[in-house]
Design a protein around this ligand. Structure first.
Ligand SMILES: [Zn+2]
Length: 463
């Protein structure tokens, strides 16, 4: 690796800063991938089709509207309530600022291949793009049973979380006026209204950060907002209690107990949407702090025992691990910002180039391209057969977009693998087997620094 390459995933930038980076860099190979003729598959039990390739990929259409029909039949689409109340785990794709154009393609292919075993959903942040772009994104994702427009009100809590300087820009308040501040009577109503306006189908409470130095007051405020939001729900709407927690809330036994007791007492909230801020870390790294992971595990177990649905947005593979303990679903994206909600890191060199990283399914980790090249030559290597890798490896220059789509698709497939594992022991055993295989695989490999999957040992312990 050269010195001007840096392990960055723009974690200190927000979606809006990245909005324009998607355009104008497409290689011939990428363009060819997307500019194929439309093709579709029949949706089971209907006379509609799901467009799987071409410009309208991800949408539902009529048979005679699509040039080519593939022979396969895709599982029937499911609705929000079936996804939330049924047994399937939910895989949520985040529309980040980058590489979002084709997320619907990933969701569509995941649904086509695994729609009987997993539910898919989509998350966007309200302030991250224009309202039209948000609605268009949801509209493209016909397979997304759950649609979440995250109000990201935790950005108002600079004194509790570590956020980038001046986290709320003028552009953000234009797109999400409620971010001007919570000090008016209609705040909760405005937050719900903004989500409805984008056609989200699972509404969230504002999700202000909980202050670990003032636990009682912040829990009271959280449930007060929850109560207000419930009172404002309209017929057919559903609400998730949105929590933003500095990691201390999951690590400290006494804070955890206060939080868990309150969550249990408030059984009007059946769905928990929980985001915890991790320490700054290298991109693609998973937290390997056993105390933190143990806190997550306890939260998952609580949700499972009490029949609540726990969604863990912005957790990436760590969220996948938590399926073993009772999480209902988790969110991941095609770039680092969407994999983890971390404290900002300020060490970025101006003009640095992003490293070329590739997610290795066998390692449960992303490595540098040069390391991939070595791994690939070994006899125990299994090549990826996802829809994106042929284009990724055939492009003359590295496609961060296709590397991201590959990552997202393979993460979704990991969810399906857990669900499709028919050996006894349920999800817990299925996850443990996958992690054990990764630990075995890594044993005779020389992986150092960012290429070493440091989290695996802790995961093994936790399982
Ligand atoms: Zn792939």
């Amino acid at each position: 690796m050269s010195d001007d390459e840096e392990d960055i995933w723009e974690e200190e930038l927000d979606e809006e800063d990245l909005e324009d980076l998607d355009s104008g860099r497409e290689t011939v190979q990428e363009a060819l991938f997307w500019n194929t003729a439309s093709s579709a598959v029949l949706l089971a039990g209907t006379n509609k089709v799901l467009v799987v390739e071409g410009p309208d990929a991800g949408q539902v259409s009529e048979v005679n509207q699509v040039a080519n029909m593939e022979e396969e039949i895709a599982p029937a689409l499911i609705g929000r309530d079936e996804a939330l109340d049924g047994t399937r785990p939910i895989f949520l794709a985040h529309r980040g600022g980058q590489h979002h154009r084709h997320l619907s393609h990933v969701l569509t292919r995941l649904h086509q291949g695994h729609g009987n075993d997993i539910a898919v959903g989509a998350i966007l942040k309200i302030h991250g793009q224009s309202a039209d772009a948000s609605r268009e994104f949801f509209q493209q994702c016909a397979t997304a049973a759950v649609r979440i427009a995250d109000p990201a009100c935790y950005m108002l809590d600079e004194d509790i979380l570590r956020l980038k300087k001046d986290p709320i820009s003028n552009l953000a308040t234009n797109r999400a006026p409620y971010l001007k501040g919570p000090d008016h009577a209609g705040f909760v109503e405005d937050v719900l209204g903004a989500q409805r306006d984008l056609r989200a189908n699972l509404l969230l409470t504002p999700g202000r950060a909980l202050d670990a130095d003032s636990p009682k007051n912040s829990l009271n405020a959280l449930f007060q907002e929850g109560e207000n939001a419930l009172a404002l729900l309209e017929r057919g709407e559903r609400l998730a209690l949105n929590l933003t927690l500095p990691a201390r809330w999951l690590i400290s036994p006494s804070l955890r107990e206060q939080l868990f007791n309150e969550l249990l007492d408030r059984d009007e909230h059946q769905i928990w949407y929980v985001r915890s801020q991790w320490r700054a870390q290298r991109s693609y790294a998973q937290p390997s702090d056993i105390e933190l992971l143990n806190g997550y595990k306890r939260l998952c177990e609580l949700a499972l025992d009490e029949d609540r649905r726990l969604l863990l947005p912005q957790t990436g593979l760590t969220g996948w691990l938590m399926l073993a303990f009772g999480a209902k679903g988790f969110g991941a994206g095609s770039s680092g910002t969407d994999q983890a909600f971390t404290e900002p890191s300020f060490g970025r060199k101006p003009g640095a180039i992003r490293k070329q990283r590739y997610f290795e399914r066998q390692l449960l980790h992303a490595v540098e391209r040069s390391v991939h090249d070595v791994l690939e030559t070994a006899t125990d290597y299994k090549s990826c057969d996802c829809p994106y890798c042929p284009t990724l490896w055939n492009s003359p220059s590295w496609s961060h977009e296709f590397a991201g789509l590959h990552l997202l698709y393979r993460t979704g497939q990991l969810v399906a693998e857990v669900e499709e594992d028919t050996k006894p022991g349920g999800r817990h055993s299925a996850v443990r087997r996958i992690v054990r295989d990764a630990l075995k695989y890594v044993k005779n490999k020389e992986l150092t620094d960012i290429n070493a999957p440091q989290h695996l040992a802790t995961w093994g312990q936790l399982l």
